[in-house]
Design a protein around this ligand. Sequence first.
Ligand SMILES: Cc1cc2nc3c(=O)[nH]c(=O)nc-3n(C[C@H](O)[C@H](O)[C@H](O)COP(=O)(O)OP(=O)(O)OC[C@H]3O[C@@H](n4cnc5c(N)ncnc54)[C@H](O)[C@@H]3O)c2cc1C
Length: 408
Amino acid sequence: MNIEIDKTTKDIVLMVRAMGTEYLRPLGLEADRTGVAIPKDHPFYFMIAQSGYMSQSLRSEKQPGEKSPGLSGDNSKASNTSVRTVLIAEEGSYWDRGAMVSLPGPGLGGPPVQSMGTKEQKERFFSIFKQKERPVWAAFAMTEPQAGSDVARIATRAVKDGNEWVLNGQKMYSSNSPRAEWVVVFATVDPSLGRDGHRAFVVEANTPGFEILRVEEKMGIKAYETASFALTDCRIPEDNLLGGHEYYLNKSNKGFGGAMRTFNATRPIVSAMGVGIARAAYDVAKQFVEDEFPKHSFNRINRIKDTLSQMQQNIVFSRLLCLKAAWLLDMGKPNSFEAAQAKLFAPSLCLKVTESAKEILGEAGLCQDRLLEKFARDVKAIDIVEGTQQIQNLVVARNLIGREIIKD
Ligand SMILES: Cc1cc2nc3c(=O)[nH]c(=O)nc-3n(C[C@H](O)[C@H](O)[C@H](O)COP(=O)(O)OP(=O)(O)OC[C@H]3O[C@@H](n4cnc5c(N)ncnc54)[C@H](O)[C@@H]3O)c2cc1C
């Protein structure tokens, strides 16, 4: 792995840091206190739109042989979008993961369009993020009441009718869907085919039959909405089938292949959000130690020193896993194993870091003004979204067969 961080990425990370203290942290705390997501017409979002942030995660189509700035190697497929997005996700989540996820842009809807969409579809669906006048969102919907970890069981039906598709079903836990301009919806053309029957559609929010049913009351990350919605005789133009009919004739693209590529892109990003929260918890604990224990007495408190050191190692280890998975993707190499590894370890290690921080502070760690109890609530959800720990274990185990321990 050879990652050089280019200047544009560094500048964006610094921009996120600057808006962190002023906007992300206070808005996230306000949402946590009231239980209400940041309103979509908040002036902050217009400011974000004007800054051009909404298009930062869009992978530009390169000419063959063209090299991306900031990446070593001469792989013609190389880009730096994933590494950049991972670093931005980490920094934003340091300030507030909920506010970070709430930011306008393609969000989790971006990767499936990026990996499965035709050139025309990318142009059409991403063009709204290139304007700077108003904030716009997109979303992703795989999960259903009967299909969470076991996505093969999705039951939302897609039936072809002339040059349209008719969708019927229900989705749940779809982040940012109530404010999205479009949502990538995974449906099945035939449930008996399992994953091979899956197709991905872009459902535009103004489509008749698309109806938000309920916004969840979450234990943390309250700055953005996570919602259920119904699709009732939703008529989708044939052009909104991601990749078009031909895409699904290729065996490796059949149904779940596209979803898997989406997860390979999003798992390092979601995991990096855990790293951001863990860093924030670590800083609170370190500050507390520096304030409460003068240097000479701190030297005698071996347990606290060990804990701080462990916390820091967990953060570094988690960050490296996220970066490696993202870097492989940027280099156009397979990263399913590394993406699952990042998702397997980073969220639980980061949860451990927040727990350790609470331990170091003792009773003070449970006080709301120390933020640690909020960090612990916020980081827990990362363990679940984009596949739980147990599911990542399955993916990692499948990949281990026939694999050398040190590959790269
Ligand atoms: C905050 C938040 C935001 C989300 N955003 C989105 C989104 O934008 N779009 C979207 O589509 N979904 C989203 N989700 C849904 C998320 O991806 C699912 O919750 C997740 O995949 C788990 O599914 P489930 O909740 O149905 O749990 P289940 O699948 O019912 O799992 C319950 C428990 O059983 C375990 N388990 C299940 N199967 C196995 C197995 N084979 N072996 C061992 N253990 C197993 C799981 O690990 C888990 O611990 C979001 C969830 C949350 C919490």
